[in-house]
Design a protein around this ligand. Structure first.
Ligand SMILES: C[S@@+](CC[C@H](N)C(=O)[O-])C[C@H]1O[C@@H](n2cnc3c(N)ncnc32)[C@H](O)[C@@H]1O
Length: 578
């Protein structure tokens, strides 16, 4: 497999293992206090590591939209680690002049992708927005981290619907790179069929079963069997055989079954080539494909309007994604109770899309967002809060009052144009008091009159809630001891994760019992583990396979512990899992 190397790779390869675990402190609860949604302010490298004890192998869909490293906007490299090269880069502003721009970007992305992979469920999928600047490098590191066999597709999203004229070849798309944790387990849902796509289903013969379309019955004859060549006599008497180089797509007995069930259409004259009837009601959706046009997945203008509506036009966030893009990803890659993570949260579009999707299908998906900049509170959390609670907005309500597409012949005919002009004038006169402004346009041979009303309105909240959190204490203090500020719960969750590499699966933890897994029981005795404690544990847990006790000291002998199948793990050394 081709392999990518860059400056600093050796330094970052295992960096994710050396990141300190921190506690995640909830600072504010917004809306429903039982909500498990979270927005964390902090560097995602630290936040992702700190999420592991709670969410390892639990996240179904990750969406990230990291800096694209185009050089047009700068970002700062600030992952401190013990390497002279990396220390030299610290707090560097990475911009167009920086010739090691890609090396720094790869050093920034690599450990984060490693942690993101650990958070993904076995059937989970990650979607990464990117553009031409780093798409090849991203693919190379993802092949290494997720495995080339788990590459699913690179989606092409049409971010703009109008021509971009600044470049020699206008750029209207971005990519979304898609990797599964395990390709064989990943499950991608179909998309609902839109009315545009359903247009081909019609009902010219008033079929009581509703709209349908005819599927041609022939196929290429390359792998055809004998059974796929036979004569079909149409009700009108015409005999059909497959054209040269083609065969029937179904064997004779299947054709006869379809015929008996009125599933074959021979055209209006009852004599045309047979088609199989497929009813719209039987279509269970469309397989997504790699081309995501702006008409279906939104565009950047729409994204900017979305956040302007919610936060006001003065907001300073310039690179939001449209809700429709992320909601489409949610539709194909999640089901109703999944956990969704976005560790480059920006304006919080991912949370907005999760709330919209839950509203649409009654789901209970949960989101975790991470944003490092100070606007985590005033933009990211504020947007999500307004979506939940409702917000006032001023905007424009547009109504099409008249629309007529003209042929070139009509345009060249003065009488026709005079008539259209009179129709338009009448509308302008009749409607002028009903709108703030009436706009008349003539584009692509279409005359359109639009009534525009300035509106001030209140958008109802979707409901739900989230916790606004910050990264707080290190699990270990500067002397390497367990931080004395931690609660039993926080230590228990950490111990459980270190022991079993999975998050604890209960909500209430009562000291000294931490949790159990496959008949192994874990306890945490903060001070000392005494003989009477041992007797109590043995009494409580008949049939245990093993008892694991985390503590600082014990006076019980090794033999006695062994006889009772009890293992002692000493704090802090034995919980420093790196
Ligand atoms: C392109 S924006 C994401 C936009 C987002 N998809 C939206 O729709 O609003 C990238 C975001 O990642 C944040 N970011 C960059 N480095 C980060 C880090 N190390 N930890 C957390 N957030 C980071 C930036 O501050 C920025 O807000």
């Amino acid at each position: 497999m081709p392999y990518i190397d860059w400056m600093g790779k050796d330094d970052v390869k295992d960096h994710h293992k050396n990141i300190a675990y921190k506690t995640i402190e909830c600072k504010e609860e917004i809306g429903d206090i039982d909500s498990e949604n979270m927005i964390i302010k902090g560097d995602n490298l630290l936040a992702l590591k700190s999420l592991l004890p709670y969410y390892a192998s639990s996240v179904k869909m990750i969406y990230i939209d990291p800096p694209y490293n185009t050089g047009n906007t700068s970002w700062v490299y600030n992952d401190n680690m013990d390497s002279p090269l990396i220390k030299k880069w610290l707090n560097d502003t990475v911009n167009a002049e920086d010739l090691s721009r890609s090396d720094k970007w790869l050093c920034m992305m690599y450990p984060r992708l490693k942690l993101l992979r650990e958070l993904l469920k076995d059937d989970g999928v990650i979607f990464i927005s990117i553009d031409d600047a780093e798409v090849e490098h991203l693919k190379m590191i993802c092949n290494e981290i997720f495995g080339v066999e788990n590459f699913m597709i690179t989606l092409v999203w049409q971010k703009r619907y109008s021509r971009e004229n600044r470049e020699a070849i206008g750029d209207v798309h971005e990519f979304v790179s898609v990797y599964a944790k395990d390709y064989k387990k990943a499950n991608i849902n179909k998309l609902e069929i839109t009315e545009e796509q359903a247009k081909i289903y019609r009902n010219p013969n008033n079929d009581p079963k509703g709209r349908w379309r005819g599927i041609p019955m022939t196929a290429q004859d390359g792998h055809a069997t004998k059974d796929q060549f036979y004569e079909i006599t149409a009700p009108g008497g015409k005999i059909h055989t497959p054209p040269k180089g083609r065969c029937w797509g179904i064997i004779k007995s299947t054709f006869e079954k379809h015929l008996a069930n009125n599933r074959i259409y021979f055209g209006k004259d009852n004599n045309s080539q047979p088609n199989i009837i497929r009813y719209l009601s039987e279509v269970d959706g469309m397989r997504p494909w790699s081309w995501w046009p702006s008409s279906e997945a939104g565009h950047t203008d729409e994204a900017k309007k979305e956040i302007n509506n919610i936060l006001g036009k003065g907001n300073t966030f310039d690179t939001p994604k449209p809700v429709r893009l992320i909601q489409r990803i949610l539709k194909i890659a999640t089901s109703k109770n999944d956990i969704i993570l976005d560790s480059f949260a920006g304006s919080g579009t991912t949370a907005h899309a999760v709330l919209e999707q839950n509203k649409e299908d009654g789901g209970n998906r949960k989101f975790i967002l991470i944003e490092t900049l100070d606007y985590a509170k005033d933009i990211t959390a504020e947007r999500v809060k307004r979506v939940i609670k409702g917000y006032e907005f001023t905007g424009k309500d547009k109504t099409t009052l008249y629309e007529k597409k003209l042929t070139t012949t009509q345009i060249l005919k003065p009488e026709t144009m005079e008539r259209v002009s009179q129709e338009v004038s009448k509308i302008l006169e009749d409607e002028k008091l009903n709108y703030t402004k009436i706009e008349k346009t003539f584009k692509e041979n279409t005359i359109k009159v639009t009534g525009i009303k300035d509106i001030k309105s209140f958008k109802d909240g979707i409901g739900a809630g989230f916790k606004y959190c910050e990264l707080s204490h290190d699990i270990f203090d500067e002397f390497g001891e367990l931080n004395s500020k931690l609660t039993f719960d926080q230590i228990a969750k950490h111990i459980y994760f270190v022991e079993f590499k999975k998050p604890i699966d209960k909500t209430t933890i009562k000291a000294p019992f931490v949790g159990s897994y496959k008949s192994k029981y874990i306890y945490f005795f903060e001070n000392k583990f005494l003989k009477r404690d041992m007797k109590e544990l043995i009494k409580q847990n008949n049939n245990y396979k093993q008892i694991i006790v985390y503590t600082t000291k014990t006076s019980i002998s090794d033999d006695e512990l062994k006889d009772n199948n009890i293992i002692i793990r000493y704090i802090p050394y034995d919980i420093k899992d790196n």
